[in-house]
Design a protein around this ligand. Structure first.
Ligand code: ABN
Length: 181
């Protein structure tokens, strides 16, 4: 009879021990720390996940304006421009204002004309020899690369090869059609 009672107690002890272990595993210190770790890592990763932070709302100032209006930075020929528009400084889209001369070197960008779907080479010449004009300033600089990529950077005063190196404004001259072959 005593043996039977012993065996029964041993089984009860074992079961109690197992249950205690299970509860400890679920709610123990280590489990708490691992959950905390998950939370910390998760909250670090969450901000970089790609989701719509505008919650579906569009913002008016991000809307593209007219790609055919040379008075705005959205004009298609200005796609890789970095400078002040000469047509807002007494010049035109392609000619320097009186008293300024075109830079001898320039930045050439490739812009798609939305009217015919073709890509064009556009030379952005700075106009030099006069104080900087404070007209419309555009920095579109498509396909530009940072300054350490020599020759691929556009945030440069292209008047550097002229006798008078003062930067005034920038024109956008079509120089050819891009060979996309
Ligand atoms: N190409 C326009 C410009 C002039 C001076 C400095 C930066 C950019």
């Amino acid at each position: 009879m005593n043996r039977l009672l012993d065996a029964l107690m041993t089984r009860l002890d074992k079961r109690a021990e197992n249950m205690t272990r299970q509860v400890a595993q679920k709610n123990g210190r280590r489990s708490f720390i691992s959950k905390l770790g998950l939370l910390v890592v998760g909250s670090g990763v969450l901000p970089v996940l790609p989701f719509d932070r505008n919650f579906g709302m569009a913002y008016a100032d991000e809307e593209k304006k007219d790609p055919n209006d040379p008075a705005t930075c959205d004009y298609w020929r200005y796609c890789a421009l970095d400078g002040n528009l000469c047509n807002d400084c007494g010049g035109t889209l392609t000619s320097c204002p009186p008293g300024a001369e075109a830079s001898k070197v320039s930045w050439v960008g490739t812009c798609r004309n939305p009217n015919d779907g073709k890509d064009y080479l556009v030379s952005y010449n700075d106009c030099c020899g006069k104080a900087m004009c404070n007209g419309t300033s555009c920095v579109t600089s498509e396909r530009e690369r940072p300054g350490y990529r020599m020759g691929l950077h556009n945030d440069i005063n292209w008047c550097m090869a002229n006798t008078s190196m003062g930067y005034h404004c920038t024109v956008a001259v079509l120089v050819g059609i891009a060979d996309n072959a």
